[in-house]
Design a protein around this ligand. Structure first.
Ligand SMILES: [Zn+2]
Length: 422
């Protein structure tokens, strides 16, 4: 099995190197925006179609010959090609409606995250303890090596975030197929009030530091609005805001990593809801024909959902489980919060409040998030055992045939999880 891992460090670029990196980012941004504009023209003319990478690469060759854009000859070609490949991938993901994929956007100077990618690392770059040698006129650049890099470096990306340069090395290494040390299966409910609730009753609260920093950010943004645009004080305030954005992003990533590592360490099979976060967090504003309802409440909820980074969490769980030999199972989310784990009775009345669950039929009482997690885990058992979507009989659309004949799945048996009848 091949493990791909990224290692990110602060890059200590000198003033000259910083200036050169900014130029390289500028080239990349220019090519991205120009190519994106041409893609939009094509999409307008031909519907859901834009030219692929091979065609885009020819545009760049042409731009290098035009007097206005001749300066592109000075650009680092590999970097431009990488940006076009990214753009190509972006469009394809968007057309294929990959979860979380958005239509590629124009990059704004200072607003979008700028980056330069150096491919074919072994051929064009070199690493020597705390220094890395980069092509395109950069030479040796120091970085803060806070941990050892494991595996062979395939490529690296230099990016500018929150007023600082970072370098991220992408590595690959071959390992033997791992077997997860644990045999347990856990259901995880992702919520807004409680960040994560596990079916064994434990839970993780959302980070409070996050709210504090967000308050600071709002205050800093109001202060910015009072300053004269582009003045020295305005620039200073702007830099402060960028640093706050960067701190919030780090906090979020950190919490997610801690939670996903902890869960992945302890459980061979993690069952989560197959939430279509894209649908849930879509703007509640609606359009002219179909104005959105409850815009304010929804946008608050949306922000919380996005803040907690569900997609990112699932991504982390999936790669960490692959790493350890475990699995992640996404099950349909219908009625997980309204079904009684004791008697399977489904009713919205079972939810007495956001936090409490009380079954109207059998009187079972529990924290609502925990009920969700238990139902998710139970659904995971059914999916693994019978290959069906684990809906209780009361909400099942079609009868499942030959249910008795379906053997417990190999994955289920391998994990040592007892087979339950559906
Ligand atoms: Zn009940």
């Amino acid at each position: 099995m091949i493990i791909r891992q990224g290692f990110k460090f602060r890059l200590e670029a000198s003033d000259t190197q910083g200036a050169r990196l900014r130029v390289l980012c500028g080239h990349a941004r220019f090519v991205w925006n120009q190519a994106l504009a041409k893609c939009h023209e094509a999409a307008d003319a031909e519907g859901e179609y834009v030219p692929r990478y091979e065609t885009m690469a020819k545009w760049v060759t042409a731009w290098k010959r035009e007097p206005d854009t001749e300066w592109l000859k000075e650009a680092y070609t590999d970097n431009l090609q990488q940006k076009l490949k990214d753009l190509d991938t972006g469009w394809q993901r968007y057309f294929k409606k990959v979860e979380g994929a958005q239509r590629p956007r124009f990059k704004k100077k200072g607003k979008s995250r700028d980056s330069v990618r150096f491919v074919n690392f072994q051929k064009y770059c070199k690493i020597d303890n705390r220094r890395v040698k980069l092509p395109a006129g950069l030479g040796w650049v120091r970085f803060r090596k806070s941990r050892e890099i494991v595996g062979a470096i395939k490529n690296c990306t230099v990016g500018f975030e929150g007023g600082r340069w970072f370098i991220s090395f992408q590595t690959e290494r071959e390992v033997s197929e791992p077997a997860h040390p644990s045999a347990s299966m856990i259901g995880v409910d992702m919520g807004v009030a409680r960040f994560l609730t596990l079916s064994d009753g434990t839970f993780i609260e959302p980070v409070s530091a996050f709210k504090v920093n967000q308050g600071n950010l709002a205050r800093a943004q109001r202060a910015l609005a009072r300053k004269v645009k582009f003045s020295a004080n305005w620039q200073k305030q702007k830099a402060k805001i960028n640093r706050l954005h960067s701190r919030i992003a780090n906090l979020r990533r950190d919490t997610l990593h801690k939670a996903s590592t902890q869960i992945s360490n302890n459980h061979a099979m993690i069952v989560i809801e197959d939430l279509k976060v894209g649908n849930m967090s879509r703007s509640a504003k609606g359009d002219v024909d179909n104005p959105g309802v409850n815009v304010k409440a929804k946008s608050g909820l949306n922000r919380s959902i996005l803040d907690q980074g569900w997609y990112e969490f699932r991504r982390q769980l999936e790669y960490k489980q692959a790493f350890r030999g475990g699995g992640v199972l996404a099950v349909p989310a219908h009625h997980t919060s309204q079904t009684c784990p004791e008697c399977q009775h489904v009713s919205p009345d079972n939810r007495t409040s956001q936090a409490r669950f009380e079954c109207v039929k059998c009187g079972f009482k529990e924290n609502a998030d925990l009920v969700g997690a238990i139902n998710i885990q139970a659904r995971g058992h059914r999916v693994l055992a019978c290959g069906e979507f684990g809906l209780p009989d009361s909400v099942k659309q079609e009868p499942v045939r030959n249910r008795e004949e379906v053997a417990p799945s190999a994955a289920h048996a391998a994990l040592g999880i007892p087979h339950r009848r559906c």
